[in-house]
Ligand binder design. Sequence first.
Ligand SMILES: O=C(CO)[C@@H](O)[C@H](O)COP(=O)(O)O
Ligand SMILES: [Fe+2]
Length: 227
Amino acid sequence: MAQINPSILSADFARLAQEAEAVRGADWLHVDVMDNHFVPNLTLGVPIVESLARATDIPLDCHLMIEQPDRWAPQYVEAGAGSVTFHVEAAAAPVRLAREIRAKGARASMALKPATPIEPYEDLLPELDMVLIMTVEPGFGGQAFLDIMLPKIRRTRELIDKHGLSLWLQVDGGVAPSTIERCAEAGADVFVAGSAVYGADDPAEAVRALRAQAETAAAGAPWACKH
Ligand SMILES: O=C(CO)[C@@H](O)[C@H](O)COP(=O)(O)O
Ligand SMILES: [Fe+2]
């Protein structure tokens, strides 16, 4: 089943509890943590994640666009995140980090920037609960979807299926009604959407509509028939 994770990067940061309520029915709330080093933007950190976890019962999917994730990721689990994604480009010891995140009780996920290939990390997949293929350069919401990432999504789906794994395949960046079907056909099953959800008149309805589009597209995809 397709999961839709609205990104609060496109929400009003002064009203985060209400903005979470506005997307009731979403599978996860996507929280973009940026440190102005790994990416040229600065957002929020552990204390806000802690408050948000108390303010909503939607589980938090924390996407860490930060340097030194080995040092910081465990603190996001302690703050209440149900899933923590680190960038493999920034991690010193991705296997140890994934194991630590899992041992602390959250789902462990690894993100790849657009220029990072999946193939060198094939052997790490069993250590993970999710892989995030970035479909924009990380750092900002509202950017145009990079079509050139579709082959990487397909290749990642093939690797997951080849190893008989059940980890989720997330896409993030420019996911909208005009792009979500191509992502689902390529093999993604978790969809982050910021501007397409919070820019809509009815964000909860936008979540439902995106999910329906993704599920229809996935049903007709060749990879879906293998399960
Ligand atoms: O991680 C990021 C950006 O770096 C994303 O999660 C964005 O927040 C997605 O926003 P849209 O492209 O959907 O507007
Ligand atoms: Fe993100």
